[in-house]
Design a protein around this ligand. Sequence first.
Ligand SMILES: [Mn+2]
Length: 289
Amino acid sequence: MEETIKVPGQHKIHFRTLILSDLHLGTKDAQARELLDVLRGIRCDKLILNGDIIDLWSLQRKNHWSPAHTAVVRRIMKMAEKDGTKVVYLRGNHDDFIRRLIPLVLDRIELAEEHIHVAQDGRKYLCIHGDAFDTVTVKMRWLAVIGDISYQILLDLNRVYNKWRAWRGKEYFSLSQAIKAKVKSAVSFISSFEEHLQTLAARRGCEGVMCGHIHKAEDRMIGNVRYINSGDWVESMTAVVEEDDGRIRVVERPELLQRIAERRAAFEAAKHASPAPAGEANATISFVA
Ligand SMILES: [Mn+2]
């Protein structure tokens, strides 16, 4: 149906789909403020929250919920209410509590275990957090808990190390990313994780899979399945976007911020150049609903 409506937020960049995973809100390492800067500059038709959005495991140990975390949740709710964004929240292992509510569809918000995203070109992508294919969390929960705690220690170390680097005038360096890239067992663990997801996507009749969980953004072919991981907002600050022209890409925060700034500048310039009252001419666009 073709309709013309007033769309506020023309100063924002637009995506058909935005996919985020592993925000870990409720932990002190969640990059909530950094995410908020990005979310405030984006409009999208569909937002897929691919698991580990609210970290209940961590909240049970220690409450690191902050106003910035609330602001992220409110921004997401606002996207659903005001922008008309369809929000799909997929369960992760750290926010397993939503499993009890699944499947649930509330107007524009849907909670689910997995979701098939049909891209603009008709290709199907299986969206799932991926923890079910992490042999460590499934078969050896005690090891996963130890892993979780040592990861926490690593992040603490990382913070101290980077304060020192910042003091020395050096750029941010991710210790745990460096370790993950080097440790051989982590590499073999990741490859089996990726292969399991490739198999599941094929079984579901999908050309691709979109997941999270291992905090490592990726976009590559595994066999004939496209494997896309949206990374995380604890360290890497990455997202997957489906652009208006249908291209699906992994994007990093600096690129998003730059595009948002350019869009705002162009909008301001157009507003000042236009003789019409501010906003009116710019605020009406036509699109297919
Ligand atoms: Mn996870």
